[in-house]
Write a protein that binds this ligand. Structure first.
Ligand code: SF4
Length: 112
């Protein structure tokens, strides 16, 4: 690497530092309103139980959606017991399977 102007190099490092600080500030501000576990489709990616979790719409990539309405600090709803997360997932899976079975039983048969 050829030697450059050390003063110019320090300026660039300082500018990059300011840029990252600005990004971090904005991320922190956004995280107050929007949970970091909420994805772009409003599905919940958390691997723990949260009282804001709701069953995701049929066909969604995940079992749980986020029901947080943005009016209070979402972190108060977090529950840090991972075993309840799996229990909730199993319960939702069972509810979906039962609903699918009921729909299948109620659907008219294609007889042509
Ligand atoms: S349900 Fe809870 S953990 Fe999941 S995205 Fe919403 S607030 Fe975050």
């Amino acid at each position: 690497m050829s030697g450059g102007d050390p003063e110019s190099f320090r300026d660039r490092i300082r500018q990059i530092g300011e840029m990252f600080a600005s990004i971090a500030d904005q991320a922190q501000e956004m995280s107050r309103d929007r949970c970091p576990y909420r994805d772009r489709l409003d599905l919940c990616t958390a691997r723990f139980r949260c009282r804001n979790q709701r069953p995701a719409p049929a066909g969604a990539e995940r079992a749980l959606a986020c029901g947080h309405d943005g009016r209070f600090d979402y972190r108060t709803a977090w529950e840090m017991r991972p075993e309840t997360y799996e229990m909730t997932r199993a319960k939702l899976r069972r509810i979906r399977e039962e609903a699918a079975a009921r729909r299948a039983a109620a659907a008219p048969e294609d007889g042509g």
